[in-house]
Design a protein. Structure first.
Length: 542
């Protein structure tokens, strides 16, 4: 009986409810310290264990707590995620060789295949990094050659300057002296036009837009047996130069579209054609009137009296995408798929500047009317505006999500339009250094954009103002813009609110190029259907 009583008493004293249980508190620090002071000291716990004969470890083992299968799986998944994070952390700190031979040797040491089916050097290096990251405590240190190589790569990424030639320095000074008076005259005219009455300006634009809305196809001509890539009006609007994938450049009369001549010299697709600013004005045997660039990496300079080029500019190592003359006519700019654009002295056939700055192929180039700036666009979806007087990048046109295939300056001097493979045209304002408008222009790639530019000859003070100090004739230059797209149409846009004025449909395939005559009478387009088409007011006398 006594034994039973002692056992019962012992059982009552040893019940878990009589022992101090450890709890986890998520409260404040003061509350935690208060609870800690209430705990049994280590000596009291030992005395209690001696009296009862039961240890806390025995109680922990007797606790009826088991993890369910779902809880175990959740813990395992959680641990796997943590392990993967640790592996990726180790992978970022690993120094993996960049040389493919060293990568293969390291894979051989790990008893792994040196090459898998369809695996390139980059994929092989990523696989080695993954395998090494799974080995804890593994660190691959590059040798001296790799260290020097990585340092040289870092140096290449830094901004650097190349010493220019004396000829380039003289060119920059000449461009500054040439462009500043032109910018002054342009601003003077803009200030006078700013003071014109608003009803008069609205009347001028209304009449212009009404005429544009009546444009229709007045002529369609098969220009070659392969797709036509270029079509450009001459400065006097009497001729059209076209280029095709056959490598031929052809000259046509306006508006009859009769063939005048064929220029033979390129062996691959024509990428760009540009008329000299004084072309057909002083025609001579050796006068320069036209420039063309091709996928054969060459640029040919042509006269109007010979079927062979008078000069050839060589230097690009990949396809020449576009060419454009400086407003002075002394220089030529070329954009190429070798990721550079170049500036040439056409009088001496000398390359003045090789400019890098694009990460991929350069597809577009265009000079500002003043002659101080040049805009380029590339397949890296980035456009840049360069200052020819200093050589610096004045503005980065960043915002397109597709390749930039076209660019043009507005005659106002501060707006730039870019056409992209994202089917949009963006209007950039250099005064605020950002895009001010995005036009959902086409249903497919935008191949070219062209503002209307009136005669390139500057207006002097006598022509600008009359005796009363009033402007003689407000200019309509830059009031509208034409764009071509791979959706097979040409669109005409107003440049004040960027609304669609007219859609010119008639091509059977992609429209590759578009241009606007400086006399405000014609629009020409060409495409993959091997034709070029002339568009004009349907009531215009032929």
């Amino acid at each position: 009986m006594d034994v039973d009583n002692k056992t019962s008493k012992r059982g009552n004293d040893a019940s878990p409810s009589n022992l101090q249980k450890q709890r986890v508190h998520f409260g404040s620090i003061e509350e935690t310290e208060k609870q800690a002071r209430k705990k049994t000291t280590a000596s009291e716990v030992k005395a209690q264990e001696a009296n009862t004969g039961i240890s806390l470890e025995d109680l922990a083992e007797d606790t009826p707590f088991e993890h369910t299968e779902s809880s175990k799986r959740a813990r395992e998944d959680h641990q796997a995620i943590l392990d993967e994070f640790e592996r990726k952390k180790r992978a970022r700190t690993l120094a993996v060789p960049t040389d493919d031979g060293r990568v293969r040797a390291k894979l051989r040491e790990l008893n792994e295949p040196q090459c898998l089916f369809g695996e390139g050097p980059g994929d092989r290096r990523d696989r080695l990094r993954y395998l090494l990251s799974r080995l804890e405590g593994t660190e691959v240190m590059p040798d001296e050659d790799e260290t020097s190589e990585s340092e040289s790569e870092e140096e290449k990424e830094e901004e650097f300057y190349t010493l220019g030639s004396p000829a380039l320095l003289d060119t920059r000074r000449w461009v500054a002296r040439y462009s500043l008076p032109r910018a002054r005259d342009r601003l003077k005219r803009q200030r006078v036009e700013y003071d014109l009455p608003l009803p008069k300006l609205k009347s001028i634009r209304k009449d212009l837009y009404a005429e544009l809305k009546s444009y229709t196809n007045i002529s369609s001509q098969i220009g070659d047996d392969r797709p036509m890539s270029q079509c450009v009006f001459s400065p006097d609007c009497q001729l059209i130069a076209t280029g095709s994938w056959s490598g031929l450049c052809k000259i046509w009369q306006v508006p009859s579209c009769d063939a005048v001549g064929t220029l033979k010299g390129h062996t691959d697709r024509i990428g760009g054609i540009a008329w000299h600013p004084q072309a057909t004005i002083s025609i001579g045997k050796e006068s320069l009137n036209l420039a063309s660039g091709s996928a054969d990496c060459s640029i040919h300079l042509w006269s109007l009296v010979s079927e062979t080029p008078i000069k050839t500019l060589k230097g690009h190592v990949a396809r020449v995408a576009k060419v454009d003359f400086h407003p002075s006519g002394r220089f030529l700019g070329s954009a190429s798929y070798d990721t550079t654009w170049r500036l040439w002295d056409v009088e001496n056939s000398v390359e003045l500047l090789l400019q890098e700055g694009h990460a991929r192929e350069v597809c577009a180039i265009r000079f500002q009317n003043d002659g101080a700036l040049v805009a380029t666009g590339g397949r890296d979806a980035i456009g840049r505006i360069w200052d020819l007087r200093t050589g610096r990048s004045a503005m980065v046109l960043e915002g397109h999500v597709g390749e930039i295939f076209a660019t043009d300056f507005s005659p106002n001097g501060y707006q730039v339009a870019t056409g992209s493979a994202d089917n949009t045209i963006r209007i950039w304002d250099m005064r605020v250094l950002r895009a001010i408008y995005t036009i959902p222009a086409h249903k497919s790639l935008v191949s070219n954009v062209r503002f209307f530019h009136d005669s390139p000859q500057l207006v002097n003070d006598e022509e600008l103002l009359n005796e009363n100090g009033e402007i003689n004739k407000p200019t309509i230059s830059g009031l509208y813009m034409a764009s071509s797209g791979f959706d097979g149409v040409v669109n005409i846009w107003s440049s004040d609110d960027w609304n669609l004025l007219k859609t010119l449909a008639g091509h059977d395939g992609k429209v590759m190029d578009v241009d606007v005559s400086s006399d405000n009478k014609f629009v020409v387009s060409c495409g993959s259907d091997r034709t070029f088409k002339l568009w004009a007011n349907e009531s215009m006398p032929m």
